[in-house]
Design a protein around this ligand. Sequence first.
Ligand SMILES: [Zn+2]
Length: 420
Amino acid sequence: MPDIDRDINRDIDLSTEITELLADLVRIESTNPSLSSGGVGEASIASWVAAWCETQGLAVDPVDSGDGRPSLVVRSRPAQSRAESAAAQSDAAQSGPRPATGTLLLCGHLDTVDLGAMTDPLVPRVDGDRLYGRGSYDMKAGLAAALIACREAARLGLDVDVVVAAVADEEHGSLGIQRVLDHLGAGFVADAAVVTEPTEMAIGVAHKGFVWTEIDVMGVAAHGSRPQLGVDAIVRTGTLLVEIEALGRRLAARAHPLLGPGTVHAGVIEGGQGPSTIPERCRLTIERRTLPGESPTDVEREVGQLLATCAAADPDFRATARTVMHRPPLETAGAHPLVAALSGACQDIRADTPDVSGLSYWADSAFIAARGIPTVLFGPGGDGAHADVEWVSLRDTADCARVLVQLARHLGTALRRNEA
Ligand SMILES: [Zn+2]
């Protein structure tokens, strides 16, 4: 007969503990220095999280490239017990297909956007179910849930390795996740990954990618009093902008079931030397949000067609384009066993079937999935990501941790079933 009182107390302890951990994380500024010049970076929060993990008996591996932007790899099981499992798996592998590794990768970012015009952004304030503060929702709550889940997996002695990637720079260039994946190496295999970005407790299986294209439209400079001697690069960019809008309408006709259509917009425009000069150059940076199946090469072809259309209509139109940044989309099949296992874990904890949905934002998940690891997003509800009032639901945060522990349990059972 289980000791029900002890279990209830344990659960109350977990809620209190995760609230305190989240509050501690919010108190430590970790604004991304690539987004704003005053950003302090991830060094303080990473060393605090590493120290917390050590007090909890978790193995911590810093991933530091010496630029003050550290990430951490945290593990629920010490190297020795992982080595024993690996040896057993390699024995088994000789007599059949490669067995599952029993590894669940959780990922959360350490950085936040800047503090904006928030009131007391680094003073966590609890009001009912809400905890307010910069990064509470995006995504220190998800990070706290992942860390607590890892610690619980260790405490319960689950035979699944729960690995937490606590990464830098998600809000800008995703340096952290790329460095962590490099650090783990090509030999690292996980059965599943959950990125604990806020999803309102839905299972996020898809998000768009994006491609940034810089287009230089060339004109011929001339004095403003003699425009017939010049070619106005800014006016010609206007023609291009009309074509970009038309592309947007064409894209709207083809929708992904979870993500809607791909989109395109003009993000930045700059050009011209002065009011009395015919501008010789105008630079336009456009962003194309891509659907699963659309590659940077597809976008380059699309942009090439836009430029060709403009040139066909105007012999003076000259432009060059180049891709300056791109990130892949994410799409994990809704029928993947990870989705069923996570959904089952949610039902166990919340007596509620979670939605399976697409997400409007891009996240580090795409890098993990690109390594062949089945990846979804799952995290608490709240509001105000990147806004001046940001809060997260404390009940969701604690439930998120419980669901992740339950998933780790289910994953172990599912793997044993596969091996049997
Ligand atoms: Zn985020």
